[in-house]
Design a protein around this ligand. Structure first.
Ligand SMILES: Nc1ncnc2c1ncn2[C@@H]1O[C@H](COP(=O)(O)OP(=O)(O)OP(=O)(O)O)[C@@H](O)[C@H]1O
Ligand SMILES: [Mg+2]
Length: 270
């Protein structure tokens, strides 16, 4: 169902993006195009600016300089109706942010009714469809506290999908989960990718990135160091910084050995 070949322009287009917090320049000129139906995984060390980039793509953070386009609309245009554009962008965070006093269905219907002005019956219908997509129809009347972390995250994904977004942004959606619950959430994300959703995913799940991503972007120090297929960036990284990050991620103990060795021999890595 992917319509990659039909895309006349990128679905997400980031041009010359800079973001500073006070004197701290966190994003130092990011250029990134993501086509319709593409899945791009963003990897990189803590503090490299991954979340800030994602938050700039739906203007949760205001860029200091540069432009962001989603579906051809410039979000950084001062005259843009930002609420209208945000409706086209779904976001899923590490923390699920469900309302604890509302049932699963109510968590899904509330934003539809408030933001999209859907009536009760239609919102309930869309909620049921999306709960089915994430495999949680039987939890429709449950409260979030009675669900596992993985189930709560799937509800959060269903809540975003119920708004009918054109693109989905994920910021480490599985990082807060116990290992045995990660798989179910990744399976839902795989399904979305197969259905042709345009996705930008900050993640440390390298197996997911290898299998599902069309492209992997490695960020370090507020810039994109490498951007390519998973085979290129994870399988055969060109830059020492990428190699170092990956070796540390895959085997923290080895990375220390490698660091000591490269200090001695002058840095020609594995
Ligand atoms: N609201 C903020 N105010 C001030 N500084 C911020 C703010 N948000 C992020 N930063 C700083 O920007 C830098 C990049 O943060 P960011 O959260 O984007 O990194 P990250 O790559 O997502 O890291 P992690 O892997 O730990 O989530 C950090 O130095 C952080 O302290
Ligand atoms: Mg982050």
């Amino acid at each position: 169902m992917s319509e990659k070949s039909l895309a006349a322009r990128p679905e997400i287009d980031v041009r010359g993006l800079h973001k500073s917090f006070g004197a701290n320049e966190v994003l130092k000129g990011i250029d990134l195009e993501i086509n319709q139906g593409e899945v791009v995984c963003v990897i990189g060390p803590s503090g490299s600016g991954k979340s800030t980039l994602l938050r700039c793509v739906n203007l949760l953070e205001e860029p200091t300089k540069g432009q962001v386009f989603v579906g051809g609309t410039e979000l950084t245009d001062p005259d843009v109706d930002i609420d209208a554009v945000r409706r086209r962008i779904g976001m899923v965070f590490q923390q699920f942010n469900l309302f604890p006093h509302l049932t699963v269905t109510e968590n899904l219907t509330l934003p539809q009714r408030r933001v999209l002005r859907r009536d009760k019956a239609q919102a309930a219908k869309v909620a049921a469809e999306n709960l089915e997509r994430v495999g949680l129809s039987e939890k429709a009347s449950a409260y979030p506290a009675s669900l596992s972390g993985g189930q709560q995250q799937r509800v959060a994904i269903a809540r975003a999908l119920a708004m009918g977004p054109e693109v989905m942004l994920f910021d480490e959606p599985t990082s807060a989960l116990d290992p045995e619950l990660v798989g179910d959430v990744l399976a839902v994300m795989r399904m979305l990718a197969r259905d042709g959703m345009t996705m930008m995913v900050v993640t440390h799940e390298m197996t997911f990135a290898r299998e599902v991503a069309d492209r992997v972007v490695f960020m370090d120090g507020g810039v994109i160091v490498e951007d390519g297929t998973p085979e290129q960036v994870i399988g055969n990284p060109r830059h020492e910084r990428t190699r170092h990050f990956l070796s540390r991620l895959l085997d923290p103990a080895m990375a220390e050995v490698e660091e000591e060795t490269s200090d001695q021999v002058g840095g020609s890595g594995a």
